[in-house]
Write a protein of this length. Sequence first.
Length: 528
Amino acid sequence: MLSALLLAACDAALTGVAHENQPPSTELSVRDTSLVDNLGEEGRLTSTVFVSWSGTDPDGYVAFFELRYYGVAEQPGPEEGWVETTRNDTLILLPIERGERTANVTFEVRSVDNEGLRDPTPARTVFPIVNSPPTIRLSSFDLPPDTTFTIFTISWTATDPEGEENLDRIEISLNDSTSFVSLEPSVDFVTFVADFDRDGGGPDVVDAALYIGRAFQRTNITVPNLRLDDENTMYVRAVDRTDTTSTLERFTWHVRRPTGRVLYVNDYRRSSWPVVQEFHLSLLREYLPADVEIDVWDLSRPYTTGSAGLRVRSDALPAHAAPDLRETLALWDYIYWVSANAAGGVAGNNMPYAAQVMDLFFDRGGRLMVHTPMVPPADPQENLGNPALLVLPISEAISLPDTVRRIELAIGAPILPVDDLPGVDTPLPALASDRFFIGELPFESQSENIITLYEAEYRYRTQSGSGGLWPAPRTVAAISADRRVGLFALPLVNDVTGAPAIVGADGDPAAGREAIKLILQSLGFPGR
């Protein structure tokens, strides 16, 4: 009986007419329907604005919101342009027409309830906005040296007060501040590769192909007006979506045209480098055909030490080993490199910096002749991972045992050939020291990939003053078995007087030069 009464009471509570679903309402955090009059021309906002809103529903809940924005001159239809969101706020870039600096933009938002009913009176305001110009600056760490060959890299940083999405493009040009080539706004690192005639006779003003990023990604973009053997100015600017430009950044440097297939690298970082360079260049000119040009790259300066006593890598080298130094070294078929120290540690030395990116040079059939003494660093740890030691025909750079104070090569000490040069019929001449060598060490060459060319009769001095004949290793010259790299590890010339430091066993002053010419022949350097 009680259950029946309760059931009857429940039925009675459900009688009547159901109310219709009521629409939700929406409020913006900005209560003014228009900020144009309140802020005025001087109080305009940047075109990137932060907007928040809220919604309520009297008989359910707000499921999501819809928003849209448009210029005040536009009249979209009631249901046009709405974008759905479940957020209650957004940072939004409001549109300004191209060529215009200011705009008044209507922003609307409306709530949608759980039954799909929309607020019939969306919250609305008008934002007065002004566009601010983008900015761009060249990266000082990535600028080319004062002089480059026909491959060089430049980078920059572009920003926009309204946010990165407001950047439309980067514009660059060479030697013309009125005509630009456009790049995507995300591009900030480019390498130029000049299209020039290696055999001479080509134009002095050429196009440069553009590569993007450190991965050296090729594009179909070319930049005209690169001047060879002349000064060049690169211009770069950022442009936003309203065509407002940043200030124009510029950089000026000199571009050299490679004139031949042979490169002489002066890495002799002492004040006496002119004497050494003249000796080796005259040797090369004697050996090479008369019509073969030699490009000279001076890496001898700065040869002083930097802060904290660290050696300074030459500022003539590109800032990046890859891609610009890798691509630059591959411009030549033959490189003749003369160094005062390629094995004395990685930090600050030029040869280790270049050796890490010589892969492309060798892949294209390049051949390398290196003159460098084996001068070890004070701390052997400084040579760990030295790329130069991996490129050179050396199986191991030696360190003296603690009991040995030094090893030396006396005047008249024999420097004798060991193996025959591959591909050369003429035997290497027997040589002798014509000066007292004390700081230059021999190296280990026991490897199937290395052919030992010369061994020298070193003597050692112990800490107690005794001495004797240094047993091994004694190698001072070698060539890789694939005939790609040759190494002579004793100076050929006195860098003060210009006199030969190595002569023939019979006293012939030209014997050292003739030995190098035979090594060049084995390496495939073009000869007379």
